[in-house]
Design a protein around this ligand. Structure first.
Ligand SMILES: [Zn+2]
Ligand SMILES: [Zn+2]
Length: 324
């Protein structure tokens, strides 16, 4: 089924199965089999969540400065945190972009929009969508993300934050990995909803919405004000019992996860079959229709507040009548 664009009357060239499904954990009556299927798709397949967790482990056990080094705010370890984040972002968004857009390895298979990334664009810096997105991602995004990360590690090694000991709290340790995407979704809905308040939209969020046809570099291409809001999701680790692995997982979920969810392709296809979920049609609809889907599929805030676009033409008609 095609979905009409509110903006240009264009249609997606590819749409996944609609209506878009949301995390059934909030369904009533309880939908146990749905919850099990949802968790299995996130954790028992090659998924973005699993990749973020694996990366968090590698970084924590191999590339983490020692607690002694991090006791004082010195240039060396702060620079190493910034550099590793720069390399992570450059590698993930860069490889996805090269694969899907430069070398077009998958052609148009599972690609939502027909167009490629914009060149000779009047709305983007440097007249180029990808360069504009790289500039805001690597310049402001990595810097502000790293600032939260440095602050977290510096305070934690100095004993100022609640620190989880795995052997003492194994259940909470595991549960946190399932809860972080839900917390992140709630936090994102609320900050994103306010970023659409017209004065704030104009000053900050319009920069992210320069991208109608999104790509991997659009994920955290945001104004610095939005970066400060968006990454403030990490402050939960300053007040709730958690482990550095949770912080790193959360950081990658909000950065790499944004890159994959904006990638413009529903998934990575190998041998003619989708093997890894990447793009997020729910958020793709937000970039196309703007006045809908402010949260993510992990929490039904949009359904509760009437801004849910489930991908159907009826939803498009409803969304067009919304003010903001
Ligand atoms: Zn938005
Ligand atoms: Zn977006």
């Amino acid at each position: 089924m095609d979905v009409i664009s509110a903006k240009r009357g264009a249609r997606f060239q590819y749409t996944p199965e609609i209506p878009v499904q949301l995390n059934p954990i909030f369904d009533w009556p309880p939908n146990l089999s749905g919850i099990v299927r949802w968790l299995a798709a996130s954790w028992l397949t090659i998924s973005m969540q699993l990749f973020c967790l694996a990366l968090a482990c590698v970084v924590y056990f191999v590339f983490q400065p020692t607690a002694d080094e991090m006791k004082n705010l010195s240039f060396d370890w702060i620079a190493s945190i910034w550099l590793r984040n720069l390399i992570i972002m450059l590698s993930v968004a860069g490889l996805l972009h090269l694969y899907f857009y430069t070398f077009r390895k998958q052609g148009s298979d599972l690609k939502y929009e027909e167009q490629g990334q914009k060149r000779n664009s009047k709305v983007h810096n440097f007249g180029n969508q990808v360069l504009d997105n790289m500039f805001w991602t690597l310049g402001s995004g990595v810097l502000i993300w790293s600032t939260y990360e440095v602050l977290y590690f510096w305070l934690s090694v100095n004993g100022h934050l609640p620190m989880l000991v795995i052997v003492d709290n194994p259940v909470w340790f595991v549960a946190m990995f399932v809860l972080i995407p839900i917390w992140s979704s709630m936090h994102f809905y609320w900050i994103h909803r306010w970023l659409h308040w017209p004065p704030l939209y104009k000053v900050a969020h319009a920069l992210h919405h320069r991208n109608v046809n999104i790509g991997p570099w659009a994920g955290i291409s945001m104004h610095p004000i939005e970066h400060i809001f968006y990454f403030s999701s990490f402050l939960i680790h300053f007040v709730i019992l958690s482990h550095p692995l949770h912080f790193l997982f959360h950081a990658y979920y909000n950065t790499i996860g944004a890159s994959t969810s904006h990638c413009g392709f529903e998934g990575l296809q190998i041998g003619g079959k989708k093997r890894v979920d990447l793009g997020n049609f729910f958020h793709q609809l937000h970039h196309k229709h703007i006045k809908c889907n402010y949260g993510t599929i992990e929490m039904p805030w949009d359904r509760w507040f009437g801004s849910f676009h489930d991908g159907t033409d009826e939803a498009t008609k409803r969304v067009r009548k919304r003010k903001w």
